[in-house]
Design a protein around this ligand. Structure first.
Ligand code: GDP
Ligand code: MG
Length: 163
């Protein structure tokens, strides 16, 4: 079986945009409204001359237990629990939010290897954007722009080092 990488984060941080960048597809719906990805969506990343791995996009973990938001949260949790590596995606434009804190606390409980990815760093001073998340205590963190395909190849290298 191929190793599996799960994209986890709150709604609207750019998980589906990153999924499309990694898989070089448009399979995941990208939307400016939160909560568009409701099911788990699996794809393949096939970097040239390197190992392949599977990627699963998830709906944002919305912090709700009821209804569609609750079902989405459970799906995302199930995807993270079965993954070999979790990419915890946050929004470099908005900085850390309460919901990010909650997701991180939950990820720590799953004990899956987790890597912090700060998305939407286009037009930002990368170092400043990353330092907004320094208190999360990750030794490594990468800044990317999924929408502009910046840092995606570096991210793939980081993923492959950890799989
Ligand atoms: P998801 O809810 O986490 O799956 O987020 P989406 O991938 O649907 O993206 C949410 C919104 O953020 C959309 O309007 C995207 O175009 C936008 N977005 C995603 N990645 C980037 C990025 O790297 N830079 C900027 N500026 N916007 C982005
Ligand atoms: Mg999505």
């Amino acid at each position: 079986m191929l190793p599996l990488v799960a994209l986890v984060g709150r709604p609207n941080v750019g998980k589906s945009t990153l999924f499309n960048a990694l898989t070089r597809t448009r399979d995941a719906l990208v939307h400016d409204q939160p909560g568009v990805t409701r099911d788990r969506n699996y794809g393949l990343c096939r970097p040239e001359g390197q190992r392949e791995f599977a990627v699963v996009d998830t709906g944002g973990i919305g912090g709700e237990d009821e209804g569609i938001a609750g079902a989405t949260t459970r799906q995302a949790r199930a995807a993270a629990a079965e993954a070999d590596l979790v990419l915890f995606i946050v929004d470099g434009r908005q900085g850390a939010s309460r919901l990010d804190d909650d997701i991180l606390a939950w990820l720590r409980k799953t004990a899956r290897p987790t890597y912090l990815v700060v998305n939407k760093t286009d037009g930002l001073e990368t170092h400043a954007a990353l330092s907004e998340f320094a208190h999360y205590g990750f030794t490594d963190v990468i800044g990317i722009s999924s929408a502009h395909r910046q840092g995606i190849d570096d991210l793939i290298d980081v993923i492959l080092e950890r799989l």
